[in-house]
Design a protein around this ligand. Structure first.
Ligand SMILES: Cc1cc2nc3c(=O)[nH]c(=O)nc-3n(C[C@H](O)[C@H](O)[C@H](O)COP(=O)(O)O)c2cc1C
Length: 344
């Protein structure tokens, strides 16, 4: 690689309930280079709530971005200052969430209809901090599905100083579809992200939605600057294992699955001492052995409620013995789920 790869070349998507600090710590054992995102935190929760509970993270998680939801420029600027003070590498504004709760607050995907409001928010954040301010958005909302709609949105927000756009390449249908349906039913149109990359060559355009596997990622990277992977990364995290070498040209040795598991067990033991029970962490790594013999037994044991009060080292020993035993008895490799099969 002749110039250093873009810091946005590969990332794991922000996912509510899922990409908490423990999940990110886990992903960071598998890839040193991919950018990681928090779940969306509203600017109001940061202003009025317990900011430390939302913002604390482990230095090992870098590079890590805080995703915020909101629309008021002062509140967003305040959130950006907190993000910078806590050491985040980026603050990302959510303009893609279709949930009704978010629509009532008039942010998330409905902000795509208000590019001036987004531009004002971006400008306020840019004025407040030195870290990059980015925007994650959809390609349309409801009947606004023309290319001109998303092009003008990106153009207006770019004029306010946003240089990185993460494009979830489907529309948000705000009438009558649940958030889950809104991640599956509106068709993916990657060509819209590709056209944005051609029309705005100075911007960093990251494509997101339904992508998994090195071949699909590589094909997208011929057209855009980066790829963000969500559900597939969560359910089949070992996909991330080849990213540093293949997509960042980073040939430093990587951990094997066993070593990642060991690192997680040590982490869970440390967290237990700090009052975090291991099941709250282990739930994020259940896909670690996907696609290998014995994975199903391993996963069952790590999610077995009867083991919840056991020390984590003991659960690890039981789960590993069960995995190896099942493999020795010739258990079939459970196939890694495909993104379209994942019911999330
Ligand atoms: C459980 C779940 C929670 C999500 N929460 C967020 C969120 O907080 N902020 C956001 O921008 N997108 C959120 N998303 C959307 C993802 O970031 C991503 O755009 C979407 O899942 C499409 O990518 P994928 O097909 O690779 O999963 C969420 C998705 C899922 C499955």
């Amino acid at each position: 690689m002749h110039h250093p790869p873009s810091p946005w070349r590969l990332s794991v998507a922000p996912m509510m309930e899922w990409t908490d600090r423990h999940c990110r710590w886990f992903h960071r054992q598998i890839t040193r280079r991919a950018r990681l995102y928090t779940v969306m935190i509203t600017s109001g929760a940061l202003r009025h709530g317990d900011a430390a509970r939302h913002l604390d993270f482990d230095p090992a998680e870098h590079p890590v971005a805080l995703q915020v939801g909101g629309s008021e420029a002062d509140e967003l600027a305040h959130a950006a200052r907190l993000a910078e003070r806590w050491g985040y590498d980026e603050i990302d504004l959510n303009c893609g969430c279709p949930s009704e709760r978010v629509q009532r607050g008039a942010f998330g995907a409905c902000l795509m209809r208000e590019p001036r409001t987004v531009a004002d928010g971006v400008k306020a954040m840019r004025d407040a901090v030195a870290i990059p301010v980015t925007v994650k958005h959809r390609i349309g909302v409801d009947d606004e599905e023309s290319y001109g709609f998303v092009r003008d949105f990106v153009g207006t927000v770019a004029e306010a100083g946003c240089e990185v756009f993460i494009v979830h390449a489907r529309s948000a249908w705000l009438q009558g579809l649940s958030p889950k349906d809104n991640r599956e039913i509106p068709p993916l149109r990657y060509e819209v992200a590709h056209q944005l990359a051609r029309d705005f060559p100075a911007l960093t355009i990251v494509v997101n939605g339904g992508l998994a596997g090195d071949a699909a990622i590589a094909a997208q990277l011929d057209q855009v600057d980066g790829v963000m992977v969500g559900r597939a990364a969560y359910h089949d995290p070992w996909q991330l294992a080849g990213w540093d070498r293949r997509f960042f040209g980073d040939t430093a040795p990587a951990l094997a699955r066993e070593e990642v598991e060991e690192a997680m067990v040590a982490y869970m033991a440390r967290q237990a001492a700090a009052g975090v029970r291991w099941p709250a962490i282990a739930r994020h790594m259940l896909g670690l052995w996907h696609g290998t013999p014995g994975a199903r037994r391993w996963r069952q044991l790590w999610s077995d409620h009867r083991l919840r009060d056991e020390p984590v080292a003991r659960v690890a020993a039981i789960a590993t013995a069960a995995r190896l035993g099942a493999a020795a008895r010739g258990a079939k490799a459970d196939a890694a789920p495909q993104p379209q099969e994942l019911g999330t």
